[in-house]
Write a protein that binds this ligand. Sequence first.
Ligand code: ADP
Ligand code: MG
Length: 236
Amino acid sequence: LSPVQAYRQQHEVTATGDNVPAPFMTFEDTGFPPEILREIYSAGFTSPTPIQAQTWPIALQSRDIVAIAKTGSGKTLGYLMPAFILLRQCRNNSQNGPTVLVLAPTRELATQIQDEVLKFGRASRVSCTCLYGGAPKGPQLKELDRGADVVVATPGRLNDILEMKKINFGQVSLLVLDEADRMLDMGFEPQIRKIVNEIPPRRQTLMYTATWPKEVRKIANDLLVNPVQVNIGNVD
Ligand code: ADP
Ligand code: MG
């Protein structure tokens, strides 16, 4: 067994697709800039989680991914680190709209994701706005007006803001669907599709899900281009 095969076997990683790169088994393997690594080490992390190890090198190749892994596996930094690397390379004027868009099912999740963006993105000077329902639109629109590299949003509220023409997706180049299965369970599929239709087609799309039922397969098939599928454990 090669070290890569041994790693995948030990951590129950399966990756299906064309020329899947080897996982980053250590943080040093990532080649992330020192100031990013410093944030990671000061959080007390010692090695990438298996989902991070296997999806980081794929995401850094600008490829689409569908990742199936259970809660608590470190998916958030799994997509945020490649987002930060992208933002360091492609600094759009955030006044003209976000470069990275993250969709999440609930307000709680969206704010947790924003917290991680602000914590781990500080070294990369990443700005972030969070949009969710159940709160007045005014303050969220005001914050959006100040510009944000990353917008984290629930599909309902984002779709409302989109219909009000208060957000421009022209420079979105990375779209993340976090907890896709839960968003579909909550009935957000029409809003997700309307949002995605406004994003330039030449984007990278990363989809995360804990389960892999046919509704999720269908939307993955519609929104992702030649994705690499990464499973951690025997989730199905
Ligand atoms: P998921 O989205 O898969 O449920 P999270 O991204 O919320 O998982 O991460 C779960 C917890 O693990 C968080 O507290 C996060 O800070 C922590 N974590 C993330 N990456 C690592 C790592 N490489 N090593 C240790 N802990 C990590
Ligand atoms: Mg998560």
